[in-house]
Write a protein that binds this ligand. Structure first.
Ligand code: HEM
Length: 148
């Protein structure tokens, strides 16, 4: 019995990391695969934080730092094409990509306005602008993101 126990234990120990890696993989099936997803992921954390503290003038310096990251990520997003474009018929694809870029430019302009308002200490306008950008995000995802 003892003779079997040791190899069995060794086998279990050897397999444990592989098994737990397989679990991890299952939990996050398609994490940040496309360049646009990576760019959007970078946006997500700063965007959430900025929205939470946007109304607080005492946080404006920190909000400007978050905004700089958001501005860089949205400008980067403009360089990429939504994955869904692959499903669009060739003759309609340019129009689809142009629509995506137009919406994303609207978001970029919105964030530039947020910068002006933050620098002016006008937090009421900051909050209003973020609401408008949030609506653009929802539209953008509805129109250009592949349904889950
Ligand atoms: C504040 C604005 C926005 C935020 C915080 C945001 C955030 C995100 C997040 C978290 C994802 C999922 C990434 C992943 O699956 O790993 C995503 C995906 C995506 N977003 Fe946004 N987004 C914003 C605005 C927009 C806008 C305006 C558009 C379109 C004009 C857009 C188009 C897309 C597309 C197409 C995807 C799927 C990625 C792909 O096709 O490769 N997003 N976004």
């Amino acid at each position: 019995m003892k003779k079997i126990l040791l190899p069995l234990l060794t086998l279990i120990l050897a397999l444990t990391p592989a098994l737990s890696r397989a679990e991890e993989h299952k939990a996050k099936p398609d994490k940040a695969e496309t360049p646009l997803e990576k760019s959007m992921d970078a946006l997500k954390k700063s965007w959430r934080k900025l929205r939470l503290q946007a109304a607080d003038p005492a946080k404006n310096a920190s909000s400007l730092e978050l905004l700089a990251k958001i501005q860089a990520a949205t400008k980067e997003s403009l360089l990429y094409t939504p994955d869904l474009a692959r499903d669009i018929p060739a003759d309609k694809r340019d129009q689809f990509v142009a629509g995506y870029q137009k919406k994303m430019k609207g978001v970029i302009v919105g964030f530039d306005q947020v910068e002006i308002a933050l620098k002016a200490g006008d937090n009421k306008t900051v909050v209003e602008l973020l609401e408008k950008i949030n609506a653009l995000q929802k539209e953008g995802h509805k129109e250009y993101k592949r349904p889950e």
